[in-house]
Design a protein. Structure first.
Length: 192
């Protein structure tokens, strides 16, 4: 069935094949129903997915590309404006959501006196705002930690989970393996 299409492609004609996706969620490149032969036949696979499950992302979509050609972008995210009919290019969904929610995360962390798990931070989420899932908040916190916006402590285990906090003035000493200056400690013992 695909041989005539292959002959067209060899002659330089661009061929677009459409295929039904599975109903269940799947990994990138695995969403086509039935055999994987079709995906193995083509040079570029494009999969259209929702941007996220949040109601605020109803007009946003994400295209994931798997390609034999290195110049093909791996991902494209866009938003459709129903009023104008225009499409706007977006950041990746994870980066977009992270940036949109960073001020709220920062506000919650500023209100905490000690490092907190992502579950603790979800408890502090304002009830009048759309609350992310625990997994989404955890992913945002990891991104903030990787970008050195916040600090992380713990071991990431069930008994000692990762706890997140804002930076403090002593972090630079701990990073270099030193203890902070004792002068700050002696201030606690001064009499009034």
């Amino acid at each position: 069935m695909l041989q005539p299409l292959h002959r067209l492609a060899v002659e330089g004609v661009a061929v677009l094949l459409l295929h039904h996706p599975r109903k269940k969620p799947s990994e990138a490149g695995q969403s086509a129903r039935g055999s994987g032969a079709l995906l193995g036949f083509v040079d570029i696979v494009l999969e259209l997915n929702p941007f996220s499950k949040l109601p605020s992302d109803a007009c946003r979509r994400r295209i994931v590309a798997l390609s034999r050609k290195s110049e093909t972008p791996k991902e494209l995210c866009f938003e459709w404006n129903p009023n104008t009919g225009l499409f706007t290019n977006l950041l990746s969904p994870f980066t977009q959501q992270f940036e949109e929610n960073w001020d709220q995360i920062l506000k919650i962390l500023k209100g905490r006196k000690a490092a907190a798990t992502h579950h603790d931070l979800l408890m502090d989420w304002p009830p009048d705002q759309e609350r992310p899932s625990p997994a989404t908040l955890y992913r945002w916190l990891l991104q903030a930690w990787l970008e050195k916006r916040i600090r992380r402590q713990g071991f990431g285990t069930r008994d000692k989970p990762w706890r997140f906090r804002l930076k403090n003035e002593n972090d630079e000493y701990y990073d270099s393996g030193e203890l902070p200056p004792l002068s700050d400690i002696w201030e606690c013992f001064k009499s009034e």
